[in-house]
Design a binder for this molecule. Structure first.
Ligand code: C2O
Length: 580
């Protein structure tokens, strides 16, 4: 029977407690990856899950976590954080059949195609679980960035680029990373980035929030405390007994929305303004979300709201009725439940966004109702927050290209024989071929000749979406394939400009003049982004030796459909000293 909706209260991950004595001037945390159990719904039995647990310096015996997902790390801008990650996961994977199928190399067995590793697989045959933690959206030195080849296993086996700060203070199954927190006030997140295994590791529960707060923002008049609610959106499939099923072939009706770990939760709210900080932490699902008021309330078909921020922090408030959020994107909203009578129920609804977006409407699993806000709590006091249209938020500086700005092209190339995708037909394991001068901006053009949208994420930098331009995708794909098959002779390379089918289109209103770290690369389109100057932090963090960046420094960018990044839509790039 279908799960009853809106019967479980929305949980909120607890905030981790910093130890402020370990590193003077910095906040120190210990986060342990551990197996646990979690009920996704009142009527589902407990599921085996993986999650992060934070140590608790106030009470050594009470770690902070729920079992699924991880505690929220909340920091003050520019005050550094040091985190020791510890891997206490089992040595057999929660989705071991996926690992076995990938090892077997049989694409029939593997829900995702076997990664075409072009060098040695990063772990020996008897190692089934490996992990690394990436702070998504951070301006982080590479050794703390948590990239796939930094993975380490519970039994203490390391991938080739495993590094740790403070090597004398860690065991084999641990790594210490440090963060500058120089980002703008924003909601980052941390999640597993294990080599080729990110999809199954995140699916098991390895994700959490990382909030950067700027004390100056206290004066803005935003809803805070219990009126500021993070929503971590995911979709999950369950066995009848409540265990997690990892299928990637979800059938209509089987795919269930999960918010902060609960299926179809509800949140009781007061009739006042709330700040909703939404993260799409799904493996592959896009959501087109709107707030549906009760049918008997004649307002508008849906409740309008204000967008006040995106991935990289605040932007000019934008009045909206719905928005499309791709995996890893964040939308920071103000919703006013004060305009509704007591007892109103507002349903957060997804429409026309199947798993692979845009997909074919009506085909493939769609989720409509996601969660419900129930205006049932009496007003505890007047709402003194600033009306969104009067908010004075820190301005976004438009990022204009200089005339001689360097351009880089990334073609989403689907391999003819396998379902594997790569950038520019180059597998992830090939060494970096892209060298970027520190301190310079660049324009990156993502050419997507597929029929699906991809959420693209670039480590280390914020960018703005410049524009998009439609292309003759079939012709481009065919000619690009011919060029690859013909040995990639420079003179024969298809010139993108010959395939445009229309003029550039400005960014969507919700992404224009916004700081982004993940954007939607729409099908049959080239999407252009312009980066902030590339500048990995050089100074040591929290006085830890070797915690700053030394150039050259290699990072990655990738598709944030997690099965795509595992297989193999990810490439390294390298920041180099401009004068060396
Ligand atoms: Cu959210 Cu490289 O990842």
């Amino acid at each position: 029977p279908p799960l009853e909706k809106f019967v479980d209260a929305l949980p909120t991950p607890e905030t981790a407690v910093a130890d402020t004595s370990a590193y003077p001037g910095a906040d120190y945390y210990e986060l342990t990856m551990r197996p646990g159990t979690w009920r996704f719904h009142r009527d589902l039995g407990p599921a085996d899950v993986w999650g992060y647990w934070a140590g608790n310096p106030r009470d050594r015996h009470e770690p902070i976590g729920m079992g699924y997902l991880g505690p929220t790390i909340s920091v003050i801008k520019d005050q550094p954080t040091v985190i020791k990650y510890r891997n206490e996961l089992p040595t057999t994977h929660l989705f071991q059949f996926v690992i076995d199928a990938i090892r077997s190399g049989d694409p029939q067995l593997a829900p995702i195609a076997p990664p075409p590793y072009t060098s040695e697989p990063p772990f020996p045959e008897n190692v089934n679980v490996w992990n690394v933690v990436h702070q998504h959206g951070g301006f982080t030195p590479p050794q703390s960035d948590g990239m796939p080849l930094h993975s380490f296993s519970p039994d203490g086996i390391h991938a080739e680029s495993y590094t740790t700060l403070e090597p004398d203070r860690v065991k084999r199954n641990e790594a210490i990373c440090a963060y500058t927190n120089h980002e703008r006030a924003s909601m980052l997140w941390y999640h597993d980035h294990g080599m080729g295994m990110t999809s199954v590791n995140v699916y098991a529960g390895l994700a959490g929030l990382y909030l950067i707060r700027d004390p100056a923002d206290e004066r803005l008049g935003l809803p805070q405390g219990e009126y500021e609610v993070p929503l971590i959106l995911q979709d999950r499939t369950f066995h009848p007994d409540g265990r997690l099923a990892y299928t990637m072939t979800q059938q209509e009706g089987e795919d269930t929305p999960v918010v902060n770990g609960k299926a179809y939760p509800f949140l009781a709210v007061e009739p006042r303004r709330y700040r909703l900080r939404i993260l799409n932490a799904s493996n592959e699902r896009f959501w087109r979300l709107r707030f549906d008021p009760p049918r008997d309330v004649v307002l508008q078909p849906n409740l309008p709201f204000w967008l006040i921020g995106t991935d990289g922090g605040f932007r000019a408030p934008l009045h909206m009725l719905n928005f499309l959020i791709g995996p890893a994107e964040r939308y920071d909203l103000i919703v006013d439940f004060g305009q509704l009578p007591m007892g109103s129920k507002v349903t957060l609804t997804n429409y026309h966004a199947p798993v692979h977006y845009p997909g074919v409407p009506g085909q493939g699993p769609e989720i409509s109702e996601v969660m419900q806000f129930q205006v049932t709590k009496p007003l505890s006091g007047a709402d003194r927050t600033t009306p969104p249209r009067k908010l004075k938020l820190p301005a976004v500086v438009p990022n204009e290209p200089e005339p001689r700005i360097h351009r880089r092209e990334w073609v989403v190339y689907q391999h003819k024989l396998f379902s594997t995708m790569t950038f520019n037909a180059v597998p992830f394991m090939e060494p970096s071929q892209d060298f970027i001068k520190a301190g310079e901006k660049e324009i990156w053009e993502y050419v997507n000749p597929n029929h699906d949208a991809h959420p693209m994420h670039v480590h280390l930098v914020n960018f703005q979406v410049l524009n998009r331009q439609p292309i003759d995708a079939a012709a481009y794909q065919a000619d690009y394939e011919k060029w690859i098959d013909g040995g990639r002779k420079a003179a024969d390379k298809p010139v993108l400009a010959n395939y445009f089918t229309g003029p550039p289109i400005p960014p969507d209103p919700d992404e224009a003049l916004s700081y982004k770290d993940t954007f939607k690369s729409y099908p049959e389109t080239v999407t252009r982004i312009i980066t902030d100057p590339w500048s990995p932090p050089t100074e040591p963090i929290a006085s830890i030796p070797n915690s700053g960046t030394e150039l050259p420094a290699t990072y990655v960018h990738h598709c944030h459909l997690l099965e795509h990044e595992d297989d193999d839509l990810m490439r390294p790039f390298t920041i180099v000293d401009p004068v060396a």
